[in-house]
Write a protein that binds this ligand. Sequence first.
Ligand code: MSP
Length: 527
Amino acid sequence: MSIAQSIKRSKLFYVTTPIFYVNAAPHIGHLYSASLADCVYRYEKLRNRSDRLLFSTGTDEHGSKIQQAAAAHNQEPKQYCDKISESYKTLFENSSINYTHFNRTTDKDHHFPAVQHFWNELTAKDHIYKANYAGWYCVSDESFLTESQLKENEKKEKVSAESGHPVKWIEESNYMFKLSKFHEDIEYWIKRSNPIRPKKFEKVLMEYLKEPLKDISISRPSDRVSWAIPVPGDDTQTVYVWLDALVNYLTSAGYPDPKFAANWPPQLQVIGKDILKFHGIYWPAFLIAAGLEPPARLLVHSHWTVDDQKMSKSKNNVVDPNKVTAKYTHDGLRYFLLREGVPHSDGNYSATKVTRIINAELVNTLGNLLSRVCAKNLNKRQVVPQCIRKELHKFDSSHKLVKKLKQLPSIYEEHFESFNFYLAVDEIIGILHMTNALLQEVEIWKMVKDPTQEKKFDAILGLVFETLRITGILLQPIVPHKSKELLDRINVSADKRSWDDTKYLLDGEHEERPLSKISHKLIERIK
Ligand code: MSP
């Protein structure tokens, strides 16, 4: 028995983001990939179903693209990479991206040995050969492209059909990976284990698979691409950046230490639609070739446009999350991205829309409800009262609300398990609307002045706090800071914020408790 097999497998949850190119500063699209992964990670934590949780991210720092970007900034590649990689770390720390591993492909101690070991495995298993290669190379996509992946732009130049970036003809000696041998294996993986979400992206992959797969070049001559990992045993060649980058998922799992097997395969890999071919074809093929399991699931997300335009440097419309969060707060921006973004189609970012959504939902619907029931003129005793059901019998809408609250966790679960976070948020906001409407309907401001209504008043208030408690727990993966502030304010102890606590508490299942003293507005209105 190998060491790997002898390790007792405990239940693992391993989620990854793509690693980010360091040719430019992070934008909201990058933050979106990371927020989706973080949201799933926090959901998994909330569910408490796994013994170990890993969440890996990092930066993709090799290749011509980075080499050129560093030169354009008059910097040494390493110095340039350090700076941008650090800006990702800072952004993620500020944006509650709670990764456990941050992998840099220039990390010589961990990542280089992983890539070189992986390369040796492929060689030993006879999946690599040397050949003269000629083809159209797109530096921006870091990929050779076939004729069918090209188009002509307005200037009649050949460009990548998908990204629109220029290509150039390259003839060189390369190491090739026998991708053609893995056609059936990939098809089998897709059909059998059903890993692609949403389904529409499975169709995209099946389209690629209609044509026989061709072998791919997995190295570059060192004199053309020097900023890369050397091919083991051949200094004249460096490892192709995409192979280098994909192996990062193994590096974070501890590869090539045999103990890594306990961390493999990832349960979920979040990727944008532009990198589907690399993750849905090359990646499973590399893994199967090395005798490793492909990932259990790929969550493919669509892209953000800005004011209905593709986000690009040339259009000067790239949204810098660091700048906009000064206005919207980190949770505000994250709320917008997870609330407005749907996996199956592109989302549009506009300042007006962000402002409208944050103000309508976080400020008015959630924040004002909390402020209202905590305000001293309404909540004179500054408590979270018990919700006594028999006191609610007169109020029809309170029964509807209780029913909804009881159903909420299972509806939320269904939406989370299918990665439709926006639908889960929709449910929560719907319930908060009902709660606000209930306060209007019972005319709570009159009730508070009527001593004969004291018990009913407490029961209604108790129900509102119960709504805030349950929705606050469920909002933790979406807005980690705001939900914490909310739960702190209504005095829900830190060990009572998990999935099991999302059950609606019947009479007598909770005691009256004081409100905490920390009082401030949950979120300021965006102007
Ligand atoms: N370095 C590669 C990934 C290697 S993973 C082994 C790469 N990097 S990237 O920085 O260009 O993109 C990282 C992620 O950001 C991808 O998931 C990509 O889809 C996402 N986005 C880049 N632009 C985007 C939008 N405009 N909108 C949403 N996400 C976008 O690809």
